[in-house]
Ligand binder design. Structure first.
Ligand code: ATP
Ligand code: FE
Length: 328
């Protein structure tokens, strides 16, 4: 079978055709980075309008690239939340319209389930039971997977996500949006010589990043001439310390054959290297999605949609911004 996956929860219009085993037949992402760079973050109203312009051309491009006609598809999976409401409305309405016109069922997919499934795109990697670290723009959480689709939330952030911290610190340092890749590059050229706090030591498996963000802001105000590369390196170091400590603790508490690291921040080479080292020490394997599937894309939504179809779940393609990772 062939699933058309559509993702429009934030600022990327992602479309892909995916097989049930995670093979991606074709994929395209229309990025809005240039549009939002001017504002230093995503401007929701502009994001929805850009999705309106991009969605049908992107669907057409993917089908043309794969030499497919609508009749070749089994179903459509579309992100129904969480995310920006205006962006979700464009994706779900477009998918419903296409499904209606083409006579295909449309499944509303939880975006966070999509990130989870990104680790099995191109090839199967996840072995169960598994521990998942999801580090994205809007979420930072740990979840235990007893088996495929059996998700238990075991830790989450009390305030900011790590991606948000990257983006805000990038802004303080005058770097372009999105902040993650820019901070990574700058940090590589610096030395971690500032002892920023390692927040949330006592929060069991929960995270907190707003204190770290404020500490960077205070430091920059007091030390405007300190090399920015060193500030970036120190900030990344503090983030990695916290992420690794929580993952180590989670692997000790819950039986796990592998650690799965997904979400946009999983594209960071420093995060990947730190996770690799932790897994070596803990004796578990590391499952990472290929770089192109770490940030938002249609392929992860298409693969997750197969799970809904297999379970006979009737998740309607209606926007729902309140979904958690445990929801379908
Ligand atoms: P959510 O999935 O929680 O709704 P989102 O979809 O906006 O949020 P993603 O696309 O998964 O988030 O990730 C975006 C985040 O990833 C941004 O904060 C961005 O700065 C960060 N990011 C992207 N690439 C990198 C990188 N190479 N290193 C670090 N962070 C990165
Ligand atoms: Fe996302």
């Amino acid at each position: 079978g062939l699933m058309l996956g559509i993702e429009t929860s934030c600022d990327d219009t992602g479309v892909a055709v995916v097989r049930p085993d995670g093979q991606v037949v074709a994929a395209a992402v229309a990025s809005q980075v240039e549009l939002h760079d001017r504002y230093g973050g995503v401007y929701p109203e502009m994001a929805s309008r850009a999705h309106v312009d991009a969605i049908l051309p992107t669907v057409r491009k993917v089908l043309t690239d794969a030499d497919l006609r609508p009749a070749d598809l089994t179903a459509i999976g579309v992100t129904r939340g969480p995310g920006l409401i205006g962006s979700l409305v464009v994706g779900t309405n477009s998918a419903v319209g296409l499904g209606d016109g083409w006579g295909l069922p449309v499944h509303g997919v939880n975006h966070l389930r999509g990130h989870l499934r990104s680790a099995d795109l191109d090839e199967r990697r996840v072995e169960y039971p598994a521990m998942v670290l999801l580090v994205s723009g809007g979420h930072t959480l740990l979840a235990h997977l007893a088996g495929p689709g059996e998700v238990e939330l075991v830790g989450s952030t009390r305030d900011d996500s790590v991606g948000e911290a990257y983006d805000k610190v990038a802004r303080m340092l005058g770097l372009p949006y999105p902040g993650g890749p820019a901070i990574d590059m700058l940090a590589k050229a610096g030395t971690a010589d500032v002892a920023f706090p390692r927040p949330a030591k006592d929060l069991e498996l929960d995270f907190s990043f707003s204190g770290l963000k404020s500490a960077v802001s205070r430091f920059l105000a007091a030390n405007p001439d300190h090399p920015h590369a060193d500030v970036a390196a120190s900030f990344v170091d503090a983030c990695l310390d916290v992420l690794v400590a929580k993952c180590r603790r989670a692997l000790e508490r819950y039986p796990s054959r592998c650690l799965v690291v997904v979400g946009g921040v999983a594209a960071s080479p420093q995060v990947r290297a730190a996770a690799q080292q932790l897994c070596g020490e803990a004796g578990v394997s590391l499952c990472l999605p290929p770089l192109r599937w770490s940030t938002d894309n249609g392929a992860m939504i298409g693969l997750a949609a197969w799970d809904y179809l297999a379970r006979g779940l009737d998740a309607r393609p209606r926007p729902d911004t309140s979904l958690t990772i445990a929801d379908w």
